[in-house]
Write a protein that binds this ligand. Sequence first.
Ligand code: FES
Length: 125
Amino acid sequence: MEELLNQYKTVTQDNATIWFKVGKTTDFPANGGACIKHQNKQIAVYNFSLTSSWYACQNLCPHKMEMVLSRGMIGDREGIPKVACPLHKKTFSLEDGSNLNGEDYKIAVYPVKIEDEMVYIGFAE
Ligand code: FES
């Protein structure tokens, strides 16, 4: 379990060393999420089309170690983009991965960039 969680480490725009192309912008549902795979990682990618913003995080919910976050409800809390796990509604910031319920769970987040209608996720490897 711990090993599964340890695969995921937050990457920032500044420390991304590779940008992995995950598809066209139109491959991702408007105001929703989708899951992509990169090496052994499942990454949830979110298209906040209302604000033209994109976010990515581990697909693994740290609460019960379920690969479900791409199917979570997205929105914002006081301007912080967030995802709520579809199983028990634990809610995470998509900016820094912190748990917005004040619990001791955290998720890894990844930078996203759009170039020529293609979506790229940044990894540090
Ligand atoms: S598995 Fe995600 S909140 Fe419980």
